[in-house]
Write a protein that binds this ligand. Structure first.
Ligand code: CAA
Length: 328
């Protein structure tokens, strides 16, 4: 169902880009983003702000309504900081249309960025549908944090046009886009996605398709090691996070970051590394597995290593981990 009409195509006139890049980007008029959760709405935000017509697609209209409110609120932060005008905010929001029907959402798409739940079977199903419904020239990108691009591409008839476009959370703030080349990804698709990421104001880094790529091959074992340290009673939640924040200048400690990413996502990425490399060093911590099993998923469920109260920014360690740590 179409909720709003889109307006002009992306305008590249003012951007400082060379002619080749301009020609590549001018072909991208309509971007469809599949999924309206945290990553999906952040991706819609940055595309709309950069002048693209964005088709947001989700099976759940209420989730998209919520996503539009979130995008508006996040743009308000930028307006408050004078990094976006109220007028530009309104224009960006007017470029986003919502769809519950995939065929409608993608029929004119030049690039699709899939940001659905991190589940291999679901992604394969979505890419098979996209392959049938999207125009032939359309690039099929996935925001997966660890699932093989080569594998996803192999379920389509256009593996050369399948690529990883991995944004980081919060998408409007984090500068990186990790671009993942599947084994069969065409070079011109990689070049287009690289130029596009730069145009969105991001810094793209191109990597190859190995489990966890680079970001999560390095980040997740760090988080898992922090959880193992907690499990073994080497130190408590606050000590582990403070050591990494103040000693290594990380903006969040690894346990807070795990809560922020979602413990279910961390667990599933560790399983991808563990199975993909067949190496015991990537085995997920039992504490992580238990917390996921019990539904303590971090910010999204209200409790993980910390306890979250809506509207409060205070960081409160979960009662389950209070007074545990150095007193072994
Ligand atoms: N949209 C727009 N702006 C936002 C925002 C959002 N969703 N969230 C925060 N901001 C802005 C704020 O307005 C603020 O702007 P100014 O600097 O201009 O004042 C700035 O970001 C900082 O926000 P806050 O003051 O609210 O809070 P903070 O200083 O604690 O920073 C944070 C919050 C940016 C999230 C910071 O803690 C951080 O960088 N954390 C680490 C994030 C990280 O590692 N992300 C990657 C996770 S891994 C991943 O995403 C991929 C994966 O595969 C698992």
């Amino acid at each position: 169902m179409i909720q709003q009409q889109t307006v002009d195509a992306v305008k590249l006139g003012d951007a400082a880009i060379d002619e080749n890049t301009k020609a590549m980007l001018e072909k991208l008029k309509i971007v469809t983003v599949i999924g309206s959760g945290t990553m999906g709405n952040g991706i819609c935000h940055v595309f709309a702000q950069s002048g693209f017509n964005v088709h947001m697609m989700d099976i759940n209209q209420a989730a998209m309504d919520k996503a539009l409110v979130t995008i508006g609120k996040n743009m308000d932060r930028q307006v408050a900081k004078n990094t976006l005008t109220e007028e530009a905010k309104q224009q960006a929001l007017s470029r986003i249309s919502t769809y519950t029907d995939m065929a409608q959402a993608v029929k004119d798409a030049d690039i699709v960025v899939e940001a659905a739940t991190e589940n291999i079977d679901l992604k394969i199903k979505i890419f098979q549908q996209l392959d049938q419904l999207c125009p032939e020239h359309c690039i099929l990108a996935t925001n997966t944090s660890s699932i093989s691009i080569t594998r996803i591409g192999s379920y389509t008839k256009r593996p050369g046009k399948v690529i990883g476009m991995h944004f980081m959370n919060p998408v409007p703030v984090m500068k990186l886009v990790e671009i993942i080349n599947g084994y069969a990804t065409d070079a011109d698709v990689t070049n287009t996605v690289h130029a596009l990421s730069t145009y969105l104001g991001k810094v793209p880094c191109i990597v190859n398709d190995y489990p966890g790529f680079i970001s999560n091959r390095i980040l997740m074992p760090l988080i898992n090691e922090a959880i193992l340290s907690l499990q073994e009673g080497v130190a408590g939640v606050e000590e582990i996070d403070t050591i990494m924040k103040l000693g290594m200048a990380h903006p969040m400690g690894p346990l807070q970051l795990a809560d922020f990413i979602g413990l279910d996502t961390c667990y599933s990425i560790m399983n991808v590394l563990h199975m993909g490399f067949g190496n015991q060093k990537y085995a997920p911590a039992t504490l992580l597995a238990n917390m996921v099993q019990a539904g303590f998923l971090g910010v999204k469920s209200g409790e993980g290593f910390y306890k979250y109260t809506p509207g409060s920014k205070e960081l409160v360690v979960s009662d389950r981990f209070k007074n545990k740590g150095w007193k072994i």
